[in-house]
Design a protein around this ligand. Structure first.
Ligand SMILES: C[S@@+](CC[C@H](N)C(=O)[O-])C[C@H]1O[C@@H](n2cnc3c(N)ncnc32)[C@H](O)[C@@H]1O
Length: 225
């Protein structure tokens, strides 16, 4: 039987957790995220980053794309405090706007953003269908939705193999965090059933590494082929 989903706490909300998260080296996965997004959406426009954490991805995106303007939202004040330091240090205060907002209730009109991106938050959210529906709602027709997260492994052996392969040199606490996050993650099929009611085809959700799925989708625009 496949592993059942075991939730993690929704937000990472102590100062220590925020600093620890920010100190982890995600530069490679963040660069890959930005490369994949910009390949799909060369015309970025107004971008929403849902669950921005310490804003490392908006910072990396704006460093390579001077035209990018990102609204970066998170529910955890401690993460946003570190995010503000990161944005300030890079001189990106005009390009990145930080806001404390719940992904399940985005206070934006329908069709506000030309790109909506989100990395590694769906496994934190107890009702991921609500957050995914909100991302589709605030996306403009013709805009790009780009969501990436961990995928829940098939069995205990697969959990152990991923932790051994990707966290062997990490601290015990970091290994435990990866393991808990894998157990809290959705499978590709679970993502598909949550996004199909909002017009996203199953083919838009794919396994993209030994531990990730990616939803890459352009919202249909009436009259555009
Ligand atoms: C693993 S971190 C990922 C941060 C960032 N996207 C990155 O890739 O570095 C998950 C983030 O999701 C945020 N989060 C969890 N539930 C949320 C919600 N309902 N609304 C907004 N942010 C949420 C957490 O506070 C945390 O900052």
């Amino acid at each position: 039987m496949p592993l059942r989903r075991v939730l993690e706490p929704e937000v990472m909300d102590s100062d220590e957790e925020a600093r620890d998260y920010d100190a982890m080296d995600h530069a490679g996965v963040n660069a890959a995220f930005c490369d994949d997004l910009t390949a799909l959406a060369p015309d970025l426009g107004a971008v929403l980053d849902v669950g921005t954490g310490t804003a490392r991805i908006p910072v990396a995106l704006c460093a390579r794309r001077a035209d990018a303007r990102v609204t970066a939202v998170d529910l955890a004040p401690s993460m946003l405090a570190v995010a503000a330091e990161n944005v300030e240090r890079e001189g990106l205060g005009d390009a990145i706007r930080l806001q404390r907002i719940d992904a399940k209730r985005l206070p934006f009109d329908d069709a506000t953003f030309s790109a909506v991106m989100s990395n590694s938050i769906i496994h934190h959210v107890p009702e991921p269908e609500t957050a995914l529906a909100e991302m589709v709602r605030v996306l403009r027709p013709g805009g790009v939705l780009f969501v990436r997260d961990l995928a829940r492994p098939e069995d205990e052996a697969a959990v152990a193999a991923i932790v051994a392969s990707h966290a062997a040199d990490d601290t015990p606490a970091q290994r435990a965090l990866l393991e808990a996050s894998l157990r809290a993650a959705l499978t590709v099929d679970e993502v598909v059933v949550r996004v199909q009611p909002h017009g996203v085809e199953a083919a838009a959700v794919r396994v993209t590494s030994d531990r990730h799925w990616t939803l890459a989708w352009r919202k249909p625009a009436p009259g555009r082929a």
